[in-house]
Design a protein around this ligand. Structure first.
Ligand code: PGA
Length: 240
């Protein structure tokens, strides 16, 4: 695994954006796996700038990691809405090539199967961007999620609900379930870039990189992947 420790959030964003742009330049019809949350915001801002300077997203396909159960695409806290706001509306990706699981499908199980099938149909993900939870979750795969899991409906842990409450008016409004790509879906990506910043992620980064590979630490599974780069700022890397 490559581990790159940089000074701050902006440098982390630059490193990750550069890797994503290199992927698009080497394969214009790349399939990108995308993440939400606070961590990728700088990456998406830079990708929008790269687009203004000529990077072409017209043949790119994207798959997001997850979506909250019960939030419609137009809901301001839905991940579809986040992606439209922060990236899709700022680059020339084709709307029909952007995929976010539906959290409001009448049959969520069928939606999970459809999502896996859609990823398979385009030949899999070339580069998956990941954040990490303070509990070391990747996607919404909380501690204990089997490594063999594919896209599924998951229950969010109390700690994740607490972490994400900052985006909602109150913790009671945070959905308690999500549709999330599984650990196996993530591990099938050809390349993975995990980004993290801030001291609240230091323990998770240490456990993921230096601890035993165990479902108790979902991100530790990445030690088994052949092409992973961790890009972390000094605070997130402070325990390494
Ligand atoms: P954050 O979330 O970027 O908002 O910290 C990361 C995650 O939960 O994967």
């Amino acid at each position: 695994m490559n581990v790159v420790v940089v000074n701050n959030f902006d440098r982390m964003s630059e490193e990750a954006a550069k890797l994503m742009v290199a992927q698009i330049r080497s394969k214009p019809n790349s399939v990108l796996g995308l993440a939400t949350g606070s961590t990728p915001l700088g990456v998406y801002r830079l990708l929008a700038e790269y687009h203004q300077r000529g990077v072409d997203f017209s043949s790119v396909t994207t798959f997001n990691l997850d979506e909250y159960v019960g939030l419609a695409p137009a809901h301001p806290q839905s991940y579809r809405h986040y992606m439209e706001e922060n990236l899709f509306s700022k680059v020339n990706v084709r709307k029909e090539n952007t995929h976010v699981p539906s959290g409001t499908a009448p049959d969520l199980q069928a939606e999970c199967e459809r999502y896996e099938q859609a990823i398979r149909q385009v030949g899999g993900i070339d580069l998956q961007l990941l954040g990490i939870g303070s509990n070391a979750h990747i996607g919404f795969n909380e501690p204990g999620t089997p490594f063999g899991s594919t896209t599924q409906v998951v229950d969010l842990t109390e700690s994740t609900i607490k972490d994400n409450a900052r985006f909602f008016a109150s913790p009671d409004e945070v959905p308690t379930q999500a549709v999330s790509m599984g650990i196996k879906s993530i591990m099938r990506a050809k390349n993975i870039v995990l980004i993290a910043y801030g001291g609240s992620k230091a323990e998770a980064i240490y456990a993921a990189l230096r601890g035993p590979v165990t479902p108790k630490v979902p991100a530790s599974v990445l030690q088994l992947h052949p092409s992973v780069t961790f890009v972390v700022d000094q605070a997130a890397g402070s325990k390494l």
